[in-house]
Design a protein around this ligand. Structure first.
Ligand code: AIR
Length: 435
Protein backbone atom coordinates (compact mmCIF):
# COMPACT_ATOMS: atom_id res chain seq x y z
CA UNK A 1 0.00 0.00 0.00
CA UNK A 2 1.28 3.44 -0.82
CA UNK A 3 0.79 6.15 1.70
CA UNK A 4 2.27 9.59 1.74
CA UNK A 5 4.44 9.45 4.82
CA UNK A 6 7.05 12.15 5.19
CA UNK A 7 9.60 11.64 7.87
CA UNK A 8 9.22 14.52 10.28
CA UNK A 9 9.04 14.68 14.03
CA UNK A 10 5.38 15.61 14.10
CA UNK A 11 4.32 12.13 13.13
CA UNK A 12 5.84 10.69 16.28
CA UNK A 13 4.85 13.36 18.74
CA UNK A 14 1.96 13.55 21.11
CA UNK A 15 2.67 10.79 23.60
CA UNK A 16 0.05 11.47 26.25
CA UNK A 17 1.16 13.17 29.39
CA UNK A 18 4.32 14.79 28.12
CA UNK A 19 5.34 18.36 29.10
CA UNK A 20 3.31 19.70 31.94
CA UNK A 21 1.34 17.71 34.45
CA UNK A 22 -1.79 16.07 33.14
CA UNK A 23 -5.09 17.43 34.32
CA UNK A 24 -6.28 15.47 37.33
CA UNK A 25 -6.99 11.75 36.90
CA UNK A 26 -9.61 10.28 34.58
CA UNK A 27 -8.90 9.12 31.06
CA UNK A 28 -5.93 9.87 28.85
CA UNK A 29 -4.89 13.46 29.43
CA UNK A 30 -2.01 15.79 28.93
CA UNK A 31 -0.71 19.32 29.13
CA UNK A 32 0.43 22.07 26.84
CA UNK A 33 2.90 20.96 24.19
CA UNK A 34 6.06 23.04 24.05
CA UNK A 35 5.64 26.00 21.77
CA UNK A 36 2.17 25.13 20.51
CA UNK A 37 0.28 27.39 22.81
CA UNK A 38 1.11 29.68 25.71
CA UNK A 39 1.47 27.83 28.99
CA UNK A 40 -1.22 27.99 31.64
CA UNK A 41 -1.50 26.81 35.20
CA UNK A 42 -2.13 23.07 35.24
CA UNK A 43 -5.74 22.04 35.53
CA UNK A 44 -6.95 25.31 36.96
CA UNK A 45 -9.90 27.20 35.62
CA UNK A 46 -8.67 29.78 33.14
CA UNK A 47 -11.43 32.18 32.21
CA UNK A 48 -9.58 33.72 29.33
CA UNK A 49 -12.50 33.12 27.01
CA UNK A 50 -15.05 35.06 28.99
CA UNK A 51 -14.71 38.76 28.41
CA UNK A 52 -17.88 39.71 30.19
CA UNK A 53 -19.08 39.01 33.68
CA UNK A 54 -21.65 36.24 34.05
CA UNK A 55 -25.07 37.80 33.50
CA UNK A 56 -26.66 36.40 36.62
CA UNK A 57 -28.45 33.67 34.77
CA UNK A 58 -25.67 32.36 32.56
CA UNK A 59 -22.13 31.31 33.54
CA UNK A 60 -21.05 32.12 29.98
CA UNK A 61 -22.59 32.62 26.56
CA UNK A 62 -21.42 30.34 23.76
CA UNK A 63 -22.41 31.14 20.19
CA UNK A 64 -22.70 28.21 17.81
CA UNK A 65 -22.80 28.46 14.06
CA UNK A 66 -25.48 25.87 13.24
CA UNK A 67 -28.56 24.63 15.01
CA UNK A 68 -28.79 20.93 14.12
CA UNK A 69 -28.60 17.88 16.34
CA UNK A 70 -25.02 18.56 17.41
CA UNK A 71 -26.02 21.98 18.73
CA UNK A 72 -29.08 20.36 20.32
CA UNK A 73 -26.91 17.94 22.29
CA UNK A 74 -24.50 20.78 23.15
CA UNK A 75 -27.49 22.63 24.52
CA UNK A 76 -28.37 19.69 26.75
CA UNK A 77 -24.88 19.85 28.21
CA UNK A 78 -24.97 23.65 28.41
CA UNK A 79 -28.04 23.58 30.65
CA UNK A 80 -26.18 21.85 33.48
CA UNK A 81 -23.22 24.18 33.18
CA UNK A 82 -25.41 27.27 33.26
CA UNK A 83 -24.05 28.17 29.84
CA UNK A 84 -26.37 29.98 27.48
CA UNK A 85 -26.14 28.57 23.99
CA UNK A 86 -27.02 30.89 21.13
CA UNK A 87 -27.38 29.06 17.84
CA UNK A 88 -27.17 30.66 14.43
CA UNK A 89 -29.43 29.11 11.83
CA UNK A 90 -32.23 30.14 9.57
CA UNK A 91 -34.73 27.51 10.61
CA UNK A 92 -37.02 28.23 13.55
CA UNK A 93 -37.71 24.49 13.71
CA UNK A 94 -34.04 23.49 13.87
CA UNK A 95 -33.20 20.68 16.30
CA UNK A 96 -31.40 22.91 18.81
CA UNK A 97 -34.02 25.65 18.65
CA UNK A 98 -36.76 23.16 19.37
CA UNK A 99 -34.76 22.05 22.39
CA UNK A 100 -34.71 25.58 23.82
CA UNK A 101 -31.35 27.01 22.74
CA UNK A 102 -31.47 30.75 22.13
CA UNK A 103 -32.09 31.28 18.45
CA UNK A 104 -30.11 33.85 16.48
CA UNK A 105 -31.81 33.78 13.12
CA UNK A 106 -29.59 33.95 10.06
CA UNK A 107 -27.41 32.04 7.66
CA UNK A 108 -23.94 30.75 8.43
CA UNK A 109 -22.82 32.29 5.12
CA UNK A 110 -24.11 35.77 5.98
CA UNK A 111 -21.28 37.96 7.36
CA UNK A 112 -23.69 40.31 9.14
CA UNK A 113 -25.42 37.43 10.92
CA UNK A 114 -22.16 35.79 12.03
CA UNK A 115 -20.79 39.16 13.23
CA UNK A 116 -23.98 39.79 15.19
CA UNK A 117 -23.74 36.34 16.77
CA UNK A 118 -20.16 37.01 17.83
CA UNK A 119 -21.22 40.28 19.44
CA UNK A 120 -23.59 38.55 21.80
CA UNK A 121 -21.38 35.71 23.03
CA UNK A 122 -18.16 35.10 24.95
CA UNK A 123 -16.93 32.42 22.60
CA UNK A 124 -17.91 31.46 19.09
CA UNK A 125 -17.80 27.86 17.92
CA UNK A 126 -19.33 25.74 15.15
CA UNK A 127 -21.35 22.56 14.76
CA UNK A 128 -20.92 22.26 10.99
CA UNK A 129 -18.32 23.36 8.45
CA UNK A 130 -20.43 25.59 6.25
CA UNK A 131 -19.29 28.94 7.60
CA UNK A 132 -16.81 30.91 5.45
CA UNK A 133 -13.38 30.50 6.94
CA UNK A 134 -12.33 34.07 6.17
CA UNK A 135 -15.26 35.32 8.20
CA UNK A 136 -14.04 33.48 11.28
CA UNK A 137 -10.51 34.78 10.75
CA UNK A 138 -11.91 38.29 10.49
CA UNK A 139 -13.80 37.91 13.76
CA UNK A 140 -10.72 36.63 15.55
CA UNK A 141 -8.76 39.61 14.20
CA UNK A 142 -11.47 41.84 15.60
CA UNK A 143 -10.86 40.35 19.06
CA UNK A 144 -13.57 37.70 19.30
CA UNK A 145 -12.74 34.27 20.74
CA UNK A 146 -13.25 31.89 17.85
CA UNK A 147 -12.69 28.25 18.77
CA UNK A 148 -11.43 26.34 16.95
CA UNK A 149 -9.47 29.05 15.19
CA UNK A 150 -9.97 29.54 11.48
CA UNK A 151 -6.65 28.04 10.37
CA UNK A 152 -7.39 24.77 12.17
CA UNK A 153 -11.00 24.70 11.02
CA UNK A 154 -9.82 25.13 7.44
CA UNK A 155 -8.52 21.56 7.59
CA UNK A 156 -11.98 20.24 8.42
CA UNK A 157 -13.55 22.44 5.75
CA UNK A 158 -11.21 21.53 2.93
CA UNK A 159 -10.17 17.90 2.54
CA UNK A 160 -7.43 18.83 0.10
CA UNK A 161 -5.92 21.27 2.56
CA UNK A 162 -6.08 18.58 5.24
CA UNK A 163 -4.40 15.93 3.09
CA UNK A 164 -1.65 18.38 2.14
CA UNK A 165 -1.01 19.74 5.56
CA UNK A 166 -1.09 16.39 7.38
CA UNK A 167 0.98 14.71 4.68
CA UNK A 168 3.58 17.49 4.91
CA UNK A 169 3.71 17.11 8.68
CA UNK A 170 4.51 13.43 8.35
CA UNK A 171 1.18 11.80 9.08
CA UNK A 172 0.18 8.88 6.90
CA UNK A 173 -2.64 9.89 4.55
CA UNK A 174 -3.95 8.17 1.42
CA UNK A 175 -2.11 9.09 -1.78
CA UNK A 176 -4.10 11.86 -3.43
CA UNK A 177 -4.16 14.44 -6.21
CA UNK A 178 -5.98 17.67 -6.88
CA UNK A 179 -7.84 17.86 -10.17
CA UNK A 180 -10.17 20.30 -11.87
CA UNK A 181 -13.77 19.18 -11.94
CA UNK A 182 -14.32 17.01 -15.02
CA UNK A 183 -10.66 16.04 -15.51
CA UNK A 184 -11.28 12.42 -16.52
CA UNK A 185 -7.76 12.04 -17.94
CA UNK A 186 -6.38 13.20 -14.61
CA UNK A 187 -8.32 10.47 -12.85
CA UNK A 188 -7.05 7.92 -15.29
CA UNK A 189 -3.44 9.06 -14.81
CA UNK A 190 -3.89 8.78 -11.04
CA UNK A 191 -5.44 5.31 -11.38
CA UNK A 192 -2.58 4.17 -13.60
CA UNK A 193 -0.22 5.06 -10.79
CA UNK A 194 -2.27 3.85 -7.82
CA UNK A 195 -4.72 1.35 -9.31
CA UNK A 196 -8.49 1.23 -9.66
CA UNK A 197 -10.77 1.79 -7.87
CA UNK A 198 -10.12 5.36 -6.79
CA UNK A 199 -12.13 7.57 -4.47
CA UNK A 200 -13.41 10.87 -5.81
CA UNK A 201 -14.32 13.60 -3.32
CA UNK A 202 -15.57 17.14 -3.37
CA UNK A 203 -12.98 18.81 -1.11
CA UNK A 204 -15.60 20.84 0.70
CA UNK A 205 -19.29 21.00 1.41
CA UNK A 206 -20.11 17.29 1.69
CA UNK A 207 -20.95 15.13 4.68
CA UNK A 208 -22.69 11.86 5.53
CA UNK A 209 -21.61 10.27 2.28
CA UNK A 210 -22.49 13.27 0.14
CA UNK A 211 -19.59 14.45 -1.98
CA UNK A 212 -17.81 11.07 -2.07
CA UNK A 213 -17.97 8.39 -4.74
CA UNK A 214 -15.92 5.35 -5.67
CA UNK A 215 -14.87 5.02 -9.31
CA UNK A 216 -14.08 1.53 -10.60
CA UNK A 217 -12.95 2.45 -14.07
CA UNK A 218 -12.84 5.12 -16.78
CA UNK A 219 -16.53 4.64 -17.53
CA UNK A 220 -17.33 5.64 -13.94
CA UNK A 221 -14.99 8.62 -14.26
CA UNK A 222 -16.75 9.81 -17.42
CA UNK A 223 -20.10 9.47 -15.65
CA UNK A 224 -18.74 11.44 -12.68
CA UNK A 225 -17.66 14.24 -15.02
CA UNK A 226 -21.32 14.72 -15.91
CA UNK A 227 -22.78 14.40 -12.45
CA UNK A 228 -20.28 14.89 -9.64
CA UNK A 229 -19.95 18.57 -8.94
CA UNK A 230 -17.81 20.34 -6.36
CA UNK A 231 -18.65 23.75 -4.89
CA UNK A 232 -14.99 24.83 -5.05
CA UNK A 233 -14.46 23.68 -8.66
CA UNK A 234 -11.81 21.14 -7.68
CA UNK A 235 -11.84 17.39 -7.25
CA UNK A 236 -9.84 15.41 -4.77
CA UNK A 237 -8.97 11.99 -6.10
CA UNK A 238 -7.43 9.50 -3.78
CA UNK A 239 -6.22 5.98 -3.51
CA UNK A 240 -8.79 3.41 -2.38
CA UNK A 241 -7.45 1.97 0.84
CA UNK A 242 -8.04 -1.63 1.88
CA UNK A 243 -9.61 -0.99 5.22
CA UNK A 244 -9.68 -3.55 8.03
CA UNK A 245 -11.39 -1.27 10.55
CA UNK A 246 -12.37 2.37 10.83
CA UNK A 247 -11.57 4.14 14.06
CA UNK A 248 -12.22 7.57 15.49
CA UNK A 249 -10.35 9.22 18.32
CA UNK A 250 -11.92 12.23 19.95
CA UNK A 251 -9.73 14.67 21.82
CA UNK A 252 -10.97 17.65 23.79
CA UNK A 253 -8.38 20.42 23.91
CA UNK A 254 -8.35 23.80 25.59
CA UNK A 255 -6.74 26.95 24.20
CA UNK A 256 -4.29 26.68 27.09
CA UNK A 257 -3.13 23.34 25.70
CA UNK A 258 -4.66 20.90 28.18
CA UNK A 259 -6.29 17.94 26.53
CA UNK A 260 -8.14 14.76 27.26
CA UNK A 261 -8.57 11.90 24.80
CA UNK A 262 -11.62 9.64 24.74
CA UNK A 263 -11.40 5.86 24.44
CA UNK A 264 -10.92 4.84 20.81
CA UNK A 265 -14.17 4.24 18.91
CA UNK A 266 -14.76 1.69 16.18
CA UNK A 267 -17.14 2.97 13.52
CA UNK A 268 -19.15 1.24 10.82
CA UNK A 269 -20.08 3.16 7.68
CA UNK A 270 -22.60 2.27 5.04
CA UNK A 271 -22.42 4.27 1.83
CA UNK A 272 -20.32 6.90 3.57
CA UNK A 273 -22.73 7.42 6.44
CA UNK A 274 -21.94 6.25 9.95
CA UNK A 275 -24.49 3.62 10.94
CA UNK A 276 -23.11 2.24 14.18
CA UNK A 277 -20.19 2.39 16.55
CA UNK A 278 -18.64 0.52 19.37
CA UNK A 279 -16.64 1.87 22.25
CA UNK A 280 -14.06 0.90 23.22
CA UNK A 281 -12.88 -0.27 19.82
CA UNK A 282 -12.26 -4.02 19.83
CA UNK A 283 -8.61 -3.71 18.87
CA UNK A 284 -5.34 -4.61 20.58
CA UNK A 285 -4.26 -2.18 23.33
CA UNK A 286 -1.10 -1.38 21.44
CA UNK A 287 -3.08 -0.25 18.38
CA UNK A 288 -5.41 1.81 20.56
CA UNK A 289 -2.40 3.50 22.14
CA UNK A 290 -0.93 4.25 18.72
CA UNK A 291 -4.25 5.63 17.48
CA UNK A 292 -4.61 7.86 20.52
CA UNK A 293 -1.07 9.10 20.29
CA UNK A 294 -1.51 9.83 16.59
CA UNK A 295 -4.75 11.72 17.19
CA UNK A 296 -3.24 13.81 19.97
CA UNK A 297 -0.29 14.64 17.69
CA UNK A 298 -2.66 15.82 15.00
CA UNK A 299 -4.73 17.87 17.43
CA UNK A 300 -1.67 19.49 18.97
CA UNK A 301 -0.03 19.90 15.58
CA UNK A 302 -2.91 21.94 14.22
CA UNK A 303 -3.57 23.67 17.56
CA UNK A 304 -7.21 22.57 17.56
CA UNK A 305 -9.49 23.60 20.38
CA UNK A 306 -12.81 22.13 21.43
CA UNK A 307 -13.55 18.57 20.41
CA UNK A 308 -11.53 17.29 17.52
CA UNK A 309 -12.48 13.96 15.97
CA UNK A 310 -9.68 12.26 14.09
CA UNK A 311 -11.02 9.55 11.78
CA UNK A 312 -8.52 6.81 11.06
CA UNK A 313 -8.35 3.81 8.79
CA UNK A 314 -6.64 0.68 9.99
CA UNK A 315 -5.38 -0.85 6.77
CA UNK A 316 -5.36 -4.58 6.16
CA UNK A 317 -1.57 -4.27 6.73
CA UNK A 318 -2.17 -2.90 10.23
CA UNK A 319 -1.13 0.66 9.40
CA UNK A 320 -2.96 3.71 10.68
CA UNK A 321 -3.92 6.25 8.04
CA UNK A 322 -5.58 9.56 8.79
CA UNK A 323 -8.87 9.92 6.96
CA UNK A 324 -10.74 13.04 7.98
CA UNK A 325 -10.89 15.60 10.75
CA UNK A 326 -13.92 17.17 12.36
CA UNK A 327 -13.34 20.11 14.67
CA UNK A 328 -16.59 19.91 16.56
CA UNK A 329 -18.57 17.24 18.37
CA UNK A 330 -18.90 14.31 16.03
CA UNK A 331 -21.20 11.37 15.40
CA UNK A 332 -18.44 9.00 16.47
CA UNK A 333 -18.66 10.53 19.97
CA UNK A 334 -22.38 10.13 20.54
CA UNK A 335 -21.95 7.16 22.87
CA UNK A 336 -20.01 9.41 25.25
CA UNK A 337 -23.35 10.78 26.49
CA UNK A 338 -24.25 7.47 28.08
CA UNK A 339 -20.98 5.60 28.40
CA UNK A 340 -18.35 8.16 29.45
CA UNK A 341 -18.15 10.31 32.57
CA UNK A 342 -18.16 13.57 30.58
CA UNK A 343 -19.82 13.68 27.17
CA UNK A 344 -18.14 15.12 24.11
CA UNK A 345 -20.77 17.88 24.12
CA UNK A 346 -19.97 19.00 27.65
CA UNK A 347 -16.23 18.78 27.06
CA UNK A 348 -16.58 20.77 23.85
CA UNK A 349 -18.16 23.60 25.82
CA UNK A 350 -15.61 23.35 28.62
CA UNK A 351 -12.79 23.26 26.10
CA UNK A 352 -13.85 26.26 24.03
CA UNK A 353 -14.37 28.22 27.25
CA UNK A 354 -10.92 27.08 28.44
CA UNK A 355 -12.48 25.55 31.52
CA UNK A 356 -11.12 22.37 33.14
CA UNK A 357 -12.03 19.30 31.14
CA UNK A 358 -14.13 16.47 32.51
CA UNK A 359 -13.09 12.86 32.93
CA UNK A 360 -13.11 10.93 29.65
CA UNK A 361 -13.11 7.45 31.18
CA UNK A 362 -15.73 4.90 30.26
CA UNK A 363 -18.35 4.25 32.92
CA UNK A 364 -19.55 1.03 31.29
CA UNK A 365 -17.42 -1.83 29.98
CA UNK A 366 -18.78 -1.37 26.47
CA UNK A 367 -21.35 0.67 24.56
CA UNK A 368 -22.87 0.28 21.12
CA UNK A 369 -24.56 3.14 19.31
CA UNK A 370 -26.81 2.82 16.29
CA UNK A 371 -27.93 5.86 14.29
CA UNK A 372 -31.62 6.29 13.61
CA UNK A 373 -31.71 7.00 9.89
CA UNK A 374 -34.79 7.94 7.93
CA UNK A 375 -36.29 4.92 6.15
CA UNK A 376 -39.08 5.02 3.57
CA UNK A 377 -41.40 6.36 6.19
CA UNK A 378 -40.97 8.43 9.37
CA UNK A 379 -39.70 6.93 12.61
CA UNK A 380 -42.33 5.20 14.69
CA UNK A 381 -42.27 7.47 17.71
CA UNK A 382 -45.08 5.50 19.32
CA UNK A 383 -42.53 2.69 19.67
CA UNK A 384 -40.29 4.66 22.04
CA UNK A 385 -41.60 2.76 25.09
CA UNK A 386 -40.92 -0.51 23.28
CA UNK A 387 -37.36 0.60 22.50
CA UNK A 388 -36.90 1.39 26.17
CA UNK A 389 -38.05 -2.06 27.21
CA UNK A 390 -34.41 -3.00 27.58
CA UNK A 391 -33.00 -1.00 30.50
CA UNK A 392 -29.54 -0.85 28.87
CA UNK A 393 -30.92 1.25 26.03
CA UNK A 394 -30.99 5.05 25.88
CA UNK A 395 -32.90 6.81 23.12
CA UNK A 396 -31.87 10.19 21.69
CA UNK A 397 -34.27 11.79 19.24
CA UNK A 398 -33.35 14.97 17.43
CA UNK A 399 -36.83 16.38 16.76
CA UNK A 400 -36.03 16.66 13.05
CA UNK A 401 -38.42 16.26 10.16
CA UNK A 402 -38.16 12.89 8.43
CA UNK A 403 -36.30 12.45 5.16
CA UNK A 404 -35.00 9.13 3.82
CA UNK A 405 -31.40 8.68 4.94
CA UNK A 406 -31.46 11.68 7.30
CA UNK A 407 -30.01 11.30 10.79
CA UNK A 408 -33.05 11.58 13.05
CA UNK A 409 -31.62 10.28 16.31
CA UNK A 410 -29.51 7.54 17.81
CA UNK A 411 -29.78 4.81 20.40
CA UNK A 412 -27.03 3.66 22.71
CA UNK A 413 -26.88 0.42 24.65
CA UNK A 414 -24.35 -0.06 27.42
CA UNK A 415 -23.38 -3.48 28.68
CA UNK A 416 -20.74 -5.97 29.67
CA UNK A 417 -20.34 -7.61 26.29
CA UNK A 418 -20.07 -6.37 22.73
CA UNK A 419 -22.58 -8.77 21.24
CA UNK A 420 -25.37 -8.09 23.68
CA UNK A 421 -24.85 -4.33 23.57
CA UNK A 422 -24.98 -4.37 19.77
CA UNK A 423 -28.05 -6.56 19.74
CA UNK A 424 -29.82 -4.30 22.23
CA UNK A 425 -29.02 -1.16 20.23
CA UNK A 426 -30.08 -2.74 16.93
CA UNK A 427 -33.31 -4.06 18.43
CA UNK A 428 -34.19 -0.57 19.70
CA UNK A 429 -33.35 1.02 16.35
CA UNK A 430 -35.47 -1.56 14.53
CA UNK A 431 -38.40 -1.00 16.89
CA UNK A 432 -38.25 2.71 16.08
CA UNK A 433 -38.33 2.03 12.34
CA UNK A 434 -34.80 3.15 11.51
CA UNK A 435 -33.53 2.38 8.01
N1 AIR B 1 -23.76 17.67 11.10
C1 AIR B 1 -22.82 18.59 10.79
N2 AIR B 1 -21.88 18.00 10.01
C2 AIR B 1 -22.21 16.74 9.87
C3 AIR B 1 -23.42 16.52 10.52
N3 AIR B 1 -24.11 15.41 10.58
C4 AIR B 1 -24.97 17.86 11.90
C5 AIR B 1 -25.11 19.27 12.43
C6 AIR B 1 -25.93 19.94 11.38
C7 AIR B 1 -26.89 18.82 11.05
O1 AIR B 1 -26.09 17.66 11.05
O2 AIR B 1 -25.76 19.21 13.67
O3 AIR B 1 -26.61 21.08 11.82
C8 AIR B 1 -27.57 18.98 9.73
O4 AIR B 1 -28.39 17.86 9.54
P1 AIR B 1 -29.39 17.76 8.31
O5 AIR B 1 -30.07 16.46 8.54
O6 AIR B 1 -30.29 18.93 8.42
O7 AIR B 1 -28.53 17.79 7.08
Amino acid sequence: MTVTSLDTAAGNAGVPGRPGEPEPPGGTAGGPAGGTVGGAAGGTAVRSASRRAPSGTASAVVGVVGGGQLARMMHQAAIGLGVELVVLCDDAEAAAVRAGATHHRGLAQDPAAVHALAQRCDVLTVEHELVPNALLAELADAGHSVRPHAAALALAQDKLAARRSLGRAGFAVPAFAELSVGDVDGIERFATQHGWPVVLKAPSGGYDGRGVTVLRNRVDAVAAAGSFGSPCGRWLVEQHIDIATELAVLVARRPSGWWRAYPVVETVQDDGICTELLVPAQIPDELARRATSLAVSVVEGIDATGICAVELFVTTDGELVVNELALRPHNSGHATIDAVVTSQFENHLRAVLDWPLGDTSLCAPVAAMVNLLGADEPLDLAAVPQALDDPRVRVHLYGKAWRPGRKLGHVTAVGDAVDTARQAAHAAAAALGSR
